[in-house]
Design a protein around this ligand. Structure first.
Ligand code: AMP
Length: 156
């Protein structure tokens, strides 16, 4: 069955590097590296960013081996967006967000650093600027506690 990628890949995909299964997020999915998990289903996984730009900064990823928005199959993209909305609703509830920033970067030119497709969900407060990307590693105990609260909100 066609996913819609059959048409796109020869034109867009051929110029892009292929998926590297040794990227950090692939290792997290395989359980080779730890993560502060907040949600998981058949097709998606969500965990806290270790260098959060605001409290509750969560990354939502597909389980499929997609490098960017360009090479993911539609059948995997739709669940990724659905999980992004679920996580966004929980993040606003748990962190009392006044708003929310959703970011998604593609390739180095687009600001991507980890080459497994991911969506950033960042709760925002009025008047509070985002911390710079990659500025500080969060305390693991704080992340554990936040992940538990988010996971609980996602189950309710
Ligand atoms: P980008 O590829 O620019 O969208 O950013 C990758 C994001 O992954 C950054 O916000 C990093 O802080 C985050 N990150 C890198 N390694 C890990 C990790 N092991 N666990 C959680 N987040 C990570």
């Amino acid at each position: 069955m066609s996913s819609g990628n059959d048409v796109l890949m020869p034109t867009l995909g051929s110029a892009m590097p292929s998926y590297d299964p040794n990227n950090i997020f692939a290792k997290i999915l395989r359980g080779e590296l730890p993560a502060h998990k907040v949600y998981e289903d058949e097709r998606t996984f969500a965990f806290l960013d270790i260098m959060p730009r605001a409290p509750g900064h969560t990354l939502v990823i597909p389980k499929a081996s997609a490098r960017t928005i360009l090479d993911i199959a539609t059948d995997d993209l739709v669940p990724l967006i659905k999980t992004t909305q679920k996580v966004a609703r929980a993040a606003v509830k748990v962190f009392g967000g006044d708003g929310l920033t959703i970011q998604q970067f593609n390739e180095p030119a687009g600001g991507q650093v980890v080459f497994h497709l991911h969506v950033h969900v960042i709760p925002r407060q009025n008047g509070v600027a985002l911390k710079p990307a990659g500025s500080a590693m969060a305390d693991s105990g704080v992340l554990s506690e936040q992940a538990l609260r988010l996971a609980a909100a996602l189950q309710s």
